[in-house]
Write a protein that binds this ligand. Structure first.
Ligand code: AP5
Ligand code: MG
Ligand code: ZN
Length: 218
């Protein structure tokens, strides 16, 4: 059984690669950011609270994150393995994850770390366009890989594409600062535990995927 975590700076391609890996390993995948964006759209009180953090690029409080992740991980679909994208984001959350898993005798098996420079991260996020259909959320990039038929519509499902509100310059620099302060310690944390599978993110999407698969074969 594989319980995988995707780690890497914003824009490193965690979401992009998690979806490719999910198909390869027949595993369910979840992005905490995506779960939060759905909650925001539902317009509930919880959604309003989450929006205050996400739109600024700040971390959502731990209690909310852990609740949302636990609900997803304990559902029947995720009992035989999963891929988490966007959680954990600091040592505190990593410890909470170990605890959540050990309650049902599970443990983390792999951490895929996609290495990328901050400069490239900014370039990817500034040009990212995301499909507004929550069941699709296909990602495009205005220069690197635009939607082919119509630059404002999703090639896969035809829905409208948007520039995420946290992909504006101010929120991007806040997110990167938080990543560098809170999330980078997880690289050593998981390396020490022998779980880290590190790949170079400064390659094309298919090359990054190839590197991840080669790493799993080693
Ligand atoms: P989330 O949605 O997880 O956003 P993020 O962490 O900022 O990560 P991104 O989705 O921006 O990056 P990605 O690595 O998935 O890149 P992608 O594949 O899209 O979280 C949003 C917010 O929710 C957070 O800011 C926070 O507020 C909150 N939150 C979430 N989890 C939380 C937690 N655990 N605790 C507290 N708060 C939490 O790729 C980026 C772009 O590059 C795309 O355009 C893509 O097409 C392109 N691209 C990807 N790979 C390549 C490549 N190899 N070559 C060229 N282009 C590429
Ligand atoms: Mg993502
Ligand atoms: Zn779509």
């Amino acid at each position: 059984m594989r319980n995988i975590v995707m780690l890497g700076v914003q824009g490193s391609g965690k979401g992009t690669q998690a979806e490719m890996l999910a198909k390869e390993f027949f595993l369910p995948t979840v992005s905490t950011g995506r779960l939060f964006r759905s909650k925001i759209e539902e317009g509930t009180e919880l959604g309003h609270e989450i929006a205050r953090y996400v739109e600024q690029g700040d971390l959502v409080p731990k209690d909310i994150v852990c609740q949302v992740v636990t609900n997803w991980m304990d559902a029947p679909a995720a009992r035989d393995g999963f891929i988490l994208d966007g959680f954990p984001r600091n040592v505190d959350q990593a410890e909470a994850l170990t605890e959540m898993l050990s309650k049902n005798g599970r443990m983390l098996t792999d951490v895929v770390y996609i290495r990328l420079s901050d400069e490239e991260a900014v370039r990817r996020l500034s040009g990212r366009r995301v499909c507004t259909n929550r069941d699709c959320e296909t990602k495009f990039h205005v220069d690197l890989h635009p939607s082919k038929h119509d630059p404002d519509k999703c090639d896969r499902c035809g829905s409208e594409l948007v520039h995420r509100s946290d992909d504006k310059p101010e929120a991007i620099s806040r997110r990167l600062a938080i990543y560098n302060r809170e999330t980078t310690p997880l690289i050593e944390y998981y390396r020490e535990r022998g779980l880290l599978r590190e790949v170079d993110g400064e390659q094309s999407i298919t090359e990054v995927f190839k590197s991840i698969m080669e790493n799993f074969r080693d």
